[in-house]
Design a protein around this ligand. Structure first.
Ligand code: GSH
Length: 239
């Protein structure tokens, strides 16, 4: 059996932000425990969030344990993992640029989340439906095309296939997840928007069919998008 080196902590029922880390670990072929999905795993995760563990205190999942290190914030976790597994080119320029793009994807993820929770994360969607409709309309008209257009422009300035360098990086894996999530949440809007971002659409499809991810994507380890997560499909919010 492979030696367990990493422990990923994330909510067990949703792909959420944990999926960006999972994709990197899976693509790298790294051995890891998906702790909160194990029996009694939530107890372990809660203990760490409550400060009953050693190492840095995380504010929220996802976080990763590697030996004595506890690392939180998705982009931070990824920039720790990537150089160890060949998921980013070695130069400073490439690594910093990868982190810049990852943080931009994180902004897009937060805005996608806010389409269904524009007032408060602690309230139910049903309690903020009206505001959600307004927010989603603006997201689809203004923000979605701006973010997707930016990523398309980055692809156009590079080799056309990869966001950073000339090999698949963790940023490509995350872009795959974000575009997939947006397609799930906003199928109509994305059908239209995708026509203007052909390189990004191809990148998504290429990552999905990458042999290094095939077994994972077909496995129960891959959690389907659903209405508890960040990318939710509410037909009334789609264009
Ligand atoms: N900026 C953080 C955001 C972390 C975050 O918002 N995690 C969510 C789940 S995806 C959470 O559990 N939040 C609890 C909270 O904010 O109180 C990251 O990128 O990792």
């Amino acid at each position: 059996m492979a030696r367990v080196t990493y422990e990923l902590y994330y909510w067990p029922e949703i792909p959420g932000r944990g999926e960006f880390v999972r994709l990197a670990l899976e693509y790298a072929g790294a051995a890891y425990r998906d702790v909160a999905r194990e029996r009694n795993g939530m107890v372990e995760m809660t203990a760490l969030l409550d400060g009953r563990g050693s190492g840095a205190l995380p504010f929220a999942p996802p976080f990763l344990k590697h030996g004595r290190l506890v690392i939180a914030q998705t982009a931070n976790i990824l920039q720790y993992l990537a150089p160890r597994h060949g998921l980013v080119p070695k130069s400073d320029a490439h690594r910093v640029f990868a982190n810049q793009l990852q943080l931009t994807l994180a902004d897009l993820v937060a805005e996608a989340h806010d389409t269904h929770h524009p007032v408060a994360a602690g309230l139910y969607y049903e309690e903020q439906r009206r505001e959600a409709k307004r927010r989603a309309r603006d997201f689809i008209a203004e923000r979605l095309p701006k973010f997707l257009g930016y990523l398309e422009a980055i692809l156009g300035r590079g080799d056309g296939k990869h966001l950073v360098g000339t090999k698949t990086t963790y940023v490509d894996l995350s872009a795959f997840q974000v575009v997939s999530g947006l397609r799930y949440a906003f199928p109509n809007a994305m059908r239209r928007a995708s026509k203007r971002v052909p390189k990004l659409s191809k990148l998504r499809d290429r990552v999905e069919s990458d042999a290094r991810l095939a077994a994972y994507l077909a496995s129960p380890r891959r959690i389907a998008f659903n209405e508890q997560g960040i990318f939710r499909h509410y037909p009334e919010l789609d264009a």
